[in-house]
Design a protein around this ligand. Sequence first.
Ligand SMILES: Cc1ncc(COP(=O)(O)O)c(C=O)c1O
Length: 391
Amino acid sequence: MTAVDAVVGPRSGTIPVAGPWITEREVEAVAAAARGSWYEDATVESRAFETEFAAAVSRRHAIALPSCTSALHLALMALGIGPGDEVVVPESTWIATAAPIDYVGATPVFVDVEPDSWCASIESVSAVLTERTKAILLVDLYGGFPDLLAFEALAAERGIMLIEDAAEAAGGWHGRRAAGSFGQVSTFSFHGSKTLTTGEGGMVLCDDTALHERMLFLRDHGRLPGDFSFRSVEIAWKYKMSELQAALGRVQLARIEELIEKKRAIFGWYRERLADSSLDLNFERADERATFWMVTAVFGEETGVTGASARDALAAEGIATRPFFPPLSSLPAFAKSPDVVRAARENPVSYRLAARGINLPSALMLTEADIDRVCKVIRALVAPTARSVRS
Ligand SMILES: Cc1ncc(COP(=O)(O)O)c(C=O)c1O
């Protein structure tokens, strides 16, 4: 399968920042589900997607859902997290990681990230743990990883639950273990911008059977599994994935190696062209496979280039980008959250990354010529220096 087999791609001259690689295989699978996934076969695709996804990340249980946001919400509810509890979360992430903490009435505690991995640092997390800390919610940012093995040890030692938000890391590994295999619960997103997509969609995974059953109950209006008498026993939620989405997801999962290979090729094209520029690109440890979901550049302070000025220069050339995630503690949405004043003072790395960083075009349909066009603009902004790019 090559890019030539793709059935969609950007139509305008603008270079897109994100987007999937869809082939005739996906189209046929969705058409087959539209024809046949009804009556007694009405859940065949979603059950198969769950089984195949669980096997791919070495988990016992998986539940296909409408989004990763719903996956995180279910996870927090099923773990019994609620008012009075604190959940530690990195500053640098999409709001969807932290909003569910608020949905369940718990308090997010925002921690700084490492300057190289851009993921939560052990020191920063250790410094905020209290008697009220119930969980550490880690994020595999842009398809790179926090020191998950060290966090696993810390959480076990302190008797705190660990949740891995692997929304951006499908197909990656850390310490030779699959992304999504860490902690009591892990979650994925299959939004249209993600490497593996179902349009919208998500998955929650765990190993504990009681936890799995609690999540099945909470996602189906508080009905006991197998209940067809409409006798809900709790007010709960309705979080399900459709058969058409699951059919699409199964083909994307079967193609995950080539999807990751393409992401890694895109990263490699950037690295070759920007190796002598005063900026940092995504980080990858020796025993990891980062997914480079979003190739991200953080400009050196000495360049005077900010994320905003770089985005403007690229936009003027028809190149779409995204800002590095602003720290959660800086968002108006969290202005009344109890931890924001401390966080804004104590988390300088996240604030610096947001000021200096951008997501570069990383869509799966990009070509080497597209990356060349992007890098010409960046190289004109940042004079080459002897500074080496990590990873
Ligand atoms: C780190 C992270 N967490 C959670 C989400 C939420 O995913 P969804 O849009 O599927 O709810 C995203 C999606 O972009 C994400 O990047």
